[in-house]
Design a protein around this ligand. Structure first.
Ligand SMILES: [Zn+2]
Ligand SMILES: [Zn+2]
Ligand SMILES: [Zn+2]
Length: 135
């Protein structure tokens, strides 16, 4: 790949990697609160770090489109890892903190999208029954 000397600051609607609160978030990010082309409701303000590449993406689809490997969910015994970024305040939550946050940022009290719970199995290993990816 060539060196991208892009001056993309002006094109704010263009999806691209962004620095959010000093943290790089990759993928099709469309605003400074981690919304992406896939999920961009008022509540979609978190990015998740993927274990496989140690990189924040706004969502699973962003990860799949930006990489050519399968996302690895965080194992249960690594829940004290900071892997969730609040796009509202830039606070990094551990997985345990996020899973017990009741969809509210412990730092700025912004609301997270409760529908993310449907996809927890893509990001985190869930104890008890395993939610396998259907690929
Ligand atoms: Zn990855
Ligand atoms: Zn996305
Ligand atoms: Zn916050």
């Amino acid at each position: 790949m060539k060196n991208l000397n892009s001056n993309s600051e002006a094109e704010d609607a263009t999806p691209h990697n962004r620095m959010i609160a000093g943290v790089q978030v990759k993928g099709k990010v469309i605003d400074h609160q981690t919304r992406c082309t896939h999920y961009h409701s008022a509540l979609d303000i978190i990015a998740i770090k993927f274990k496989c590449c140690n990189t924040y993406y706004p969502c699973y689809s962003c990860h799949q489109e930006d990489t050519d490997h399968v996302a690895v969910p965080w194992p249960v015994d690594e829940r004290d890892t900071k892997a969730v970024l609040c796009g509202a305040c830039g606070h990094e939550l551990t997985i345990a903190e996020y899973l017990s946050s009741h969809n509210t940022c412990p730092s700025c009290h912004a609301s997270f999208n409760p529908n993310c719970a449907k996809h927890y199995g893509l990001y985190f290993e869930v104890d008890g029954r395993s939610q396998k990816n259907e690929y």
